[in-house]
Ligand binder design. Structure first.
Ligand code: C2E
Ligand code: MG
Ligand code: MG
Length: 811
């Protein structure tokens, strides 16, 4: 489970949504407030207008009443004057009111007519059944003595009073008071403005527990207006009266409608009014506009979200495919990886970073696959080389020993008899010397092929080294073994190798040992067959010899004893000499150092090569003396020539030679030679034979400051496994892998693999057997550090400067 995973797509979407939500919310809020402000502005205009109109209406009423006074005072004028009251204005007025007063009520809404005598006593009240106004009212109208007085009261009905003094026969006859109802004025106001009006008595002027009817003495459409005021504007009523225009309006909803109520103060002392406007339409318009802006915002959000999701869909999908595919690289599943990577191009849009990533992943995959293939090939080759001889493709000595051991075990257990045939080519050296190693190699390959054809699948066939082959016949008797030897000899004789004008033929000398009669151990049988082979050679070329117990006795006094003497004599009479072969740094073309190669000059003055005597010296133990001689000789030479740098070869037995290291130290000090000028070479076979001691010696020598090289690397063992363990500075790749480098692809892969591996471990790589310019060029290309071979210089008695050619540039 992918815990805590949130796709990029969602991350972007959430971030975008949050931002858009904030922006849209702010915009909607702003629009809402703007609409409210607009509404408020408009309403304040409406309110001011309504206040003006209400007050104007009241004022208008008074003015009409002023005109009515003139009408009322003339009432009863036309009636026949009776003498008793002809002079009495009050009586005349009473008569007039009686006949035409009803019209006053109907037409002008006059609810009350008072005639007050000059001393302030009401002498006429019309209509008669009306309740006589209280004293407070008279007090309010008293000012009428001087002129017209106005009064507005609501006790209990809202009436506007106008009091005007009447001059009668030249003097003030009294005051005429008209009381007019407000109802019509309010209805007119309502019809004009659409606003409902409620006149109310200020809380401050009256007791708080007034009934509604008393509190609101006049109201338009009470059934509608009253609930609105109670629900929305009760506070406005109880509040103290302020400015003439009233305080802040109150907004509220009732029954799904919106109302704005505001107060108009001081219509008269203690009397104010509430104006109720229905603002439902405006409010709904604002809400609708806000709703639309929110919906538009949400729509935009969904649209942009979907767009983002759609755009990210393909990109994130491709990214995901790459992310899922890349780990396959670690498992070397290249084909699958390629199939999973998103395709590059093929779309209408131009390439983007993900295409680049995909391309890079493709390229990386190709490269990794190539490297993997090369590595696998090199590894397969190394594994194969662990068991095989690369030249003849037969088993090598190591594999032979293993298999032979198993065959012998089985033979002992089951009582089988078998034979070992040990085969050595006669005068094979001539082939090499006359026509070169290439022809020699060809001859060895042909011999290997012929032997392969003769061997049965159950037989063990191997090339033990040089021109030596061995064949084990696991189940056979003496006759069958001899017969096989004959057949081998015939087959070998039939081989013809041509080189220009020369034609080479070879013969094989075969030594035969039978098991278990002539030995039960592999090494014992090999030694016996080897001895038998020498016996065969004594008889002349192309012979075989079956080992017998007498042979061993004869051997004691035979050729090998003389070789021991020859070596002893050589040491005694100082007949050993060193030859020197240059080792060249490929990059600079400068001779890095020289390898000292040992030769023995026989009494006749002929040079004897190390292959002839070193194996014998190793068996007889004389090798130790030889190693010390070579060391002393080399250090002496180094002491004489300060520019010289030398590498000397150590034998396998040097690993057990405790006196070697102190000797090196002593000699270097004695001749004042810098340790860095001396290097040592040990064959891989010798080092791997006793790996612990080899490591110890290598470490000791490197601590002194000398270099150490692993010689003939790559033959016979799973070498690369040891390379890691051995503390060497240089790796000398065996000539067998170098000689055909120009033509053999496998060798090239092998040398490249070894070089890369050694470089990876910080080691320098030297190739031997560099016999021509092509090989030299290939080595340069493969990154090998140094080269040694006949092309660059043959071993010579003196380390003299050589002309080093530059590597060819490869096409
Ligand atoms: P090595 O140490 O691998 O020496 C290289 C051998 O390859 C030398 O043979 C050299 O002459 C030969 N060689 C060099 N370049 C070429 C080339 O381009 N083509 C061919 N075909 N051969 C080339 P050499 O001198 O006969 O020595 C053979 C082996 O004897 C040496 O192999 C080394 O293992 C051993 N050896 C030589 N000198 C001494 C020594 O002083 N002490 C000990 N213990 N062993 C020695
Ligand atoms: Mg060497
Ligand atoms: Mg070598």
């Amino acid at each position: 489970m992918r815990s805590g995973f949130l796709s990029l797509r969602w991350q972007a979407l959430i971030a975008l949504s949050l931002i858009l939500l904030l922006v849209n919310g702010a915009l909607a809020l702003m629009a809402y407030h703007q609409s409210l402000a607009q509404f408020e502005l408009q309403q304040s205009g409406v309110r001011a207008n309504q206040v003006r109109q209400l007050r104007g209406l009241l004022e208008n009423n008074y003015e009409e009443m002023t005109r009515l006074v003139s009408v009322v005072r003339t009432l009863g004028q036309n009636a026949p004057a009776d003498t008793s009251d002809g002079r009495d204005f009050g009586a005349r007025l009473a008569r007039g009111l009686e006949s035409e007063g009803a019209l006053l009520g109907l037409e002008w809404d006059i609810r009350l007519v008072l005639w007050i005598n000059p001393v302030g006593v009401p002498v006429l009240v019309w209509p008669a059944d009306v309740q006589t106004p209280d004293a407070a009212l008279f007090a309010g109208l008293r000012g009428a003595d001087e002129g017209v007085a106005r009064l507005f009261t609501c006790r209990p009905e809202c009436l506007q009073f106008l009091a005007a003094p009447i001059l009668w026969e030249g003097e003030t006859g009294g005051t005429l008071v008209l009381g007019r109802s407000l109802a019509d004025a309010l209805l007119a106001f309502n019809a004009l403005t659409g606003a409902e009006v409620a006149i109310f008595i200020d809380a401050a002027t009256d007791s708080a527990d007034m009934s509604t009817a008393v509190r609101y003495p006049a109201m338009t459409h009470p059934s509608r207006t009253e609930p609105i005021i109670h629900a929305i504007a009760a506070d406005l009523v109880s509040a103290q009266g302020g400015s003439a225009g009233g305080g802040q309006p109150v907004l509220g909803a009732l029954g799904g409608q919106w109302f704005e109520v505001f107060r108009v103060d001081a219509l008269a002392p203690g009397i104010s009014a509430l104006l109720v406007n229905d603002v439902t339409a405006e409010r709904q318009a604002i809400q609708a506009a806000t709703r639309i802006s929110i919906l538009l915002g949400l729509g935009g959000l969904i649209l942009s979200g979907s767009l983002l999701f759609w755009v990210a869909q393909s990109s994130v999908g491709r990214l995901q495919r790459i992310a899922v595919a890349l780990p396959l690289l670690a498992d070397n599943r290249y084909r699958e990886l390629r199939a999973r990577l998103p395709p590059v191009g093929g779309r209408l849009v131009p390439k983007d970073e993900l295409d680049q990533l995909s391309e890079t992943a493709q390229a990386l995959t190709d490269r990794m696959e190539l490297l993997q293939r090369d590595r696998e090939e090199a590894e397969a080759r190394l594994v194969w080389l662990a068991d095989h001889d690369p030249l003849t493709r037969l088993f090598n000595r190591r594999r032979f020993n293993d298999d032979f051991g198993r065959v012998l075990d089985a033979a002992m257990r089951f009582g089988h008899r078998g034979a070992l045939l040990f085969l050595d080519l006669d005068q094979f050296k001539d082939v090499n010397d006359l026509s070169g190693h290439q022809v020699g190699d060809l001859m060895l390959q042909r011999v290997g092929d012929q032997l392969g054809k003769l061997a049965h699948p159950s037989d063990i066939l191997a090339r033990l080294g040089g021109d030596e082959f061995a064949l084990v016949l696991p189940e056979c008797n003496e006759d069958a073994a001899l017969e096989c030897a004959e057949r081998i000899q015939a087959a070998v004789r039939s081989i013809i190798v041509r080189e220009h004008v020369r034609v080479h033929r070879v013969t094989a000398s075969i030594g035969i040992a039978l098991f278990p009669d002539q030995g039960q151990e592999a090494h014992e049988l090999l030694a016996n067959a080897d001895l038998a082979m020498f016996q065969a050679k004594e008889k002349g070329r192309g012979r075989w010899h079956l080992f017998s117990a007498d042979d061993r006795a004869r051997e004691q006094a035979d050729a090998r004893v003389t070789w021991r003497d020859k070596i002893a004599e050589g040491l005694r009479e100082d007949r050993f000499e060193l030859h020197f072969q240059p080792i060249v740094d490929i990059a600079s073309g400068v001779v890095q150092h020289w390898e000292a190669l040992l030769r023995l000059r026989d009494p006749r003055g002929e040079l004897v090569y190390p292959d002839r005597f070193i194996p014998i010296a190793e068996k007889t133990g004389q090798i130790r003396a030889i190693d010390h001689w070579v060391l002393a000789q080399a250090v002496t030479l180094l002491g004489l020539d300060p520019r010289l740098r030398l590498a000397i070869n150590l034998s396998g037995s040097a690993m057990d030679d405790d006196s070697l290291l102190p000797d090196v130290e002593r000699l270097l000090a004695g001749h004042r030679v810098l340790p860095t000028r001396l290097a040592f070479e040990v064959t891989e076979t010798a080092a791997v034979g006793s790996i612990a001691r080899a490591t110890e010696l290598m470490q000791g020598i490197r601590q002194l400051g000398c270099r150490f090289a692993l010689d003939d690397f790559g033959t016979g063992y799973a070498s690369y496994a040891y390379l890691r363990k051995l503390p060497v500075d240089d790796v000398k790749i065996d000539g067998a892998f170098v000689r055909d480098l120009a033509t053999n692809r496998e060798d090239r892969i092998f040398v490249k693999a070894i070089t890369d591996m050694a470089h990876g471990m910080g080691k320098r790589v030297i190739a031997e057997y560099v016999e021509n310019a092509e090989i030299y060029a290939v080595l340069s290309e493969l990154g090998v550090d140094c080269a040694q071979g006949y092309y660059l210089g043959r071993p010579a008695p003196h380390a003299e400067s050589v002309e080093v050619p530059r590597p060819l540039a490869l096409a």
